[in-house]
Design a protein around this ligand. Structure first.
Ligand SMILES: [Zn+2]
Length: 386
């Protein structure tokens, strides 16, 4: 299976300069080729393009080869794809023939290293041919396997590499633990029915606080002033860093869950309903639960893991795990304490209920109601009838 892993690069100024030149060379070459093959009487073919690039362009623009030997090949491949699409659409009588267009600077700037020998990933560094030094990566490659291709792209002034990995890593060995219930917490990012708590990232928390400060600071600056522009840039940069940190945290958790457990039961967070409770809403949007659920679902598919989503009326936090009694537990109360003698951390109690929910849902001999009743009753929606 081929998996693309996109990682931000942290080039030095000199390295960024090299990357910019590589993107520029590819764009320049593409535009030169397009210009040449748009002339009347000149017909596009990959062979003709190759010939033209070797005998004319590389001679005229020797700086192409300073960055990577691949830029002309990249440009030819891309233009070939563009022309093929164009000819196909013309043949099909499509109204929008869409002749290939010239590439603009800073719009989808990128270049690809399509041969494994042209680059190498080692820990948190990336080697690219023609570059004397290794470029630092923000994260490690998340998959073990053979790297096939690296595409370097630029977005809003930052560089990313998307590495294509041929990997068996999506299911190196089947998850060996049977099941888990996951309660997405407020204090912790998640609490598992095994008793394990996954703490919220402290650096992320710190940055979120800092973001608030910077946003306040920004709002105090006069409109149109230089200081405002500066403050705005600071906010944007921190936003981006927080986004990356959040992604990293969520990937780590979704990887761990789908690699360890055969059945994962999570709650269906009704995020729009939760936004009514501002405190909870803040926590929900901070942790990115929607994204976490998406990651767990697609990774579960790779790894042959079953995900059960408990419907949103399932009172996972309010049900005593020992006796099944439902309590009216305010959000501030962190301990489930039942008349039956069961006393437990609220989130762990919820995680255990979710795990049970998943196991019950998968029992083949039980019939269950498809939909929770629409009267808004908060009773358990999963009515089990033996
Ligand atoms: Zn009880």
């Amino acid at each position: 299976m081929l998996i693309a892993n996109k990682i931000e690069l942290r080039p030095t100024l000199e390295q960024a300069d090299d990357l910019n030149r590589a993107c520029g060379a590819r764009r320049h070459c593409y535009n030169q080729l397009l210009d040449h093959f748009s002339q009347p009487g000149v017909t596009w073919s990959k062979a003709a393009a190759y010939q033209h690039s070797m005998t004319v362009l590389r001679v005229q623009f020797p700086w192409y080869s300073e960055v990577s030997s691949r830029v002309t090949r990249n440009a030819i491949d891309d233009l070939d794809t563009a022309f093929k699409g164009f000819f196909r659409r013309v043949k099909n009588g499509s109204k929008k023939p869409g002749y290939p267009r010239f590439k603009k600077k800073d719009v989808n700037d990128s270049f690809a290293l399509r041969e494994p020998s042209k680059f190498a990933v080692d820990g948190r560094t990336l080697r690219i041919e023609r570059l004397k030094t290794r470029i630092a990566l923000r994260q490690r490659l998340r998959f073990a396997g053979q790297t096939k291709q690296a595409t370097i792209s630029k977005r809003a002034g930052r560089f990313f590499v998307s590495i294509l990995v041929e990997t068996q890593d999506y299911n190196p060995h089947a998850p060996d633990r049977p099941s888990v219930g996951v309660d997405f917490g407020i204090k912790d990012l998640a609490v598992l029915s095994t008793g394990e708590a996954i703490p919220a990232n402290p650096r992320l928390k710190k940055n979120l606080k800092q973001l608030k400060r910077r946003q306040r600071n920004l709002s105090r600056k006069a409109k149109g002033s230089r200081r405002r522009a500066k403050a705005k840039l600071k906010v944007a940069k921190l936003h981006a860093r927080i986004g990356n940190q959040r992604q990293a945290v969520l990937h780590e958790l979704s990887d761990m869950l789908t690699r360890t457990y055969q059945v994962i039961t999570i709650e269906d967070l009704n995020v729009s309903g939760m936004t009514k409770n501002r405190k909870l809403a803040r926590a929900v949007s901070d942790a990115g639960f929607g994204e976490l659920r998406r990651q767990i679902e697609y990774k579960a598919q790779w790894r042959g893991v079953t995900v059960v989503i408990a419907d949103r009326w399932f009172p996972s936090s309010k049900t005593c795990h020992a006796c099944g009694q439902i309590h009216d537990l305010p959000l501030s109360q962190r301990i489930m304490s039942c008349d039956c003698g069961h006393v437990m951390d609220r989130d762990l109690n919820a995680a255990l209920n979710l795990n049970q929910y998943g196991l019950d849902a998968l029992k083949p001999d039980l019939k269950r109601t498809q939909e929770p009743d629409k009267t808004g009753s908060k009773g358990p929606a999963l009515a089990l009838t033996a």
